[in-house]
Ligand binder design. Structure first.
Ligand SMILES: [Fe+2]
Ligand SMILES: [Fe+2]
Length: 226
């Protein structure tokens, strides 16, 4: 009986202390950092919807920031890029759940539906954010390809905004690093992934940005990407 009362008091005390800790942390954390924490929370929900068991969107934000800094993007652009990275697949949350949970490759009709997710994400965000915010546009173009074979607009080369080109490489790096529902991880390490990025430079990816990522991850290959 005494042990039960003691346990109950202990649980109440721990709950109260945790509550006080988060309340205090909220007060001392700068607004920008709190905003990014909130974004991470939202992005982790999108990751679960997509079937990732890792923090895919947060990982993309880290990779994208590294490339963006090396490419000389300005701090404001980098902030928008990081938010776009965390929300890049938010449009998938508006698609039927069974499409996202199919453990094999999708048929043509389902591929068509999946390919609407950049537009859905952009439109949905645009309804709620200020017209000058570039995050929805970056999301719209995160599946465009350097050779013009991407979607939804078949933009080519520098027609694709720089931030969206960075995001495309970061997304591919993270996707290649982990298992998906419909396939196992195909690459063992960062070096193999960098070689795949190098192979697709100038077709799928911006060659200059691809070169930055290859040099960061495979120093012996410096200069091999044209
Ligand atoms: Fe996507
Ligand atoms: Fe993704």
């Amino acid at each position: 009986m005494i042990v039960t009362i003691f346990n109950a008091i202990l649980v109440i005390l721990i709950t109260w202390l945790s509550y006080r800790y988060f309340e205090l942390r909220e007060r001392v954390t700068p607004a920008e950092e709190r905003y990014l924490h909130l974004m991470s929370g939202v992005s982790s929900i999108i990751d679960r919807i997509e079937g990732y068991e890792i923090a895919h969107a947060a990982e993309i934000a880290v990779v994208a920031e590294k490339i963006a800094v090396a490419a000389g993007m300005d701090p404001d652009q980098i902030e928008s890029l990081k938010v776009a990275a965390m929300l890049h697949d938010i449009g998938e949350s508006l698609l039927p759940r069974d499409i996202l949970r199919i453990p094999q490759k999708l048929d043509e009709e389902k591929i068509f539906l999946m390919r609407t997710h950049p537009l859905l994400g952009e439109l949905h965000l645009k309804k709620h954010v200020d017209g000058h915010d570039e995050v929805p546009s970056i999301i719209r173009w995160h599946h465009e390809r350097w050779d013009g074979m991407g979607y939804p607009d078949n933009l080519k080369a520098e027609e694709i905004p720089l931030a969206a080109r960075v995001l495309a490489i970061a997304d591919a790096v993270s996707a290649m690093s982990h298992n998906r529902l419909y396939r196992d991880r195909q690459y063992e390490n960062a070096c193999e992934i960098a070689l795949e990025i190098e192979k697709n430079a100038g077709t799928q990816f911006d060659p200059a940005l691809a070169k930055i990522w290859v040099q960061m991850n495979n120093p012996q290959d410096n200069g091999r990407v044209s």
